[in-house]
Ligand binder design. Structure first.
Ligand code: GLP
Length: 243
């Protein structure tokens, strides 16, 4: 696992964008696995700038997203479909028909069937990841058992707490989500994790140690043969990581 220590958020966003840019330039018809959260927003802004100003071309790129809340329509401003549209897809020349975010409403079993079918026929060239404060990946919450394929998760209280800042009240935060499984994530050709801020300090400390712990799912990232983590210097200092 390769760890990049960025000077600050903007520097991390640029370094992460460099990695995605190389993949898109090398293979203009690549498939990007994308993630939501505040950590990748800067990278998405940088990719949009490069598309606008430097001709980075997304016209043949496909994408699939990590997860989606159960119960929110794609038009809801806290749904992950809405997040992806407003933070990235509306600002680059990607064809939205080539972007997939699991459906959060309707028949959950059918939605999962569709999500798994999409994942089964898709080779993800690079999967972008963030980390939850409890170490979750996508919405794979800590536990004795982790799952291979896309499935429904009941969100931990700490996850609901962390995400309530985006909703009017804690009661409005969905309690369930659909997520790629750990196997789907690990089968991506490359992994790119971006961690900003310090609410994931404990999980990041475990991640950079030599342990694989299902109670901190992000540590599975260590088993991937082509994984890069971008962390900010102040977080590296806080957890005593020197590289
Ligand atoms: C949510 C998403 C995760 C993401 C996490 C990190 O919980 N389901 O996939 O990794 O947020 O968010 P942030 O980047 O804001 O720390």
């Amino acid at each position: 696992m390769h760890v990049i220590i960025a000077e600050n958020y903007e520097d991390g966003a640029r370094k992460a964008a460099d990695i995605i840019e190389k993949i898109v330039r090398d293979n203009p018809a690549c498939t990007l696995g994308l993630a939501t959260g505040s950590s990748p927003v800067g990278m998405y802004q940088e990719l949009a700038r490069r598309c606008r100003e430097e001709g980075l071309d997304f016209s043949r790129v496909h994408s699939v997203n990590l997860d989606e809340y159960v119960g929110l329509e794609g038009t809801h401003d806290q749904s992950y479909r809405y997040f992806m549209n407003t933070n990235l897809f509306d600002h680059i020349n990607i064809d939205k028909n080539n972007t997939y975010v699991a459906k959060g409403t309707g028949d959950v079993a059918e939605n999962l069937k569709e999500f798994n079918a999409v994942l089964d026929r898709t080779d993800i060239d690079i999967q972008v990841l963030g980390v939850g404060p409890d170490g979750h990946l996508g919405f794979n919450e800590p536990g004795d058992t982790l799952y291979d394929g896309a499935h429904e998760e009941t969100l931990e209280d700490s996850t609901i707490e962390a995400n309530k800042r985006f909703f009017a009240s804690k009661e409005d935060v969905p309690t369930h989500a659909l997520t790629m499984g750990m196997g789907n994530i690990m089968r991506a050709k490359k992994l790119l994790m971006i961690i900003s801020g310090n609410k994931q300090a404990a999980a990041t400390k475990l991640l950079v140690e030599d342990k694989i712990d299902p109670h901190c799912p992000c540590t599975f990232m260590r088993m991937h043969r082509d994984a890069t983590v971008v962390i900010e210097k102040k977080l590296a200092d806080e957890i005593g990581y020197k590289g």
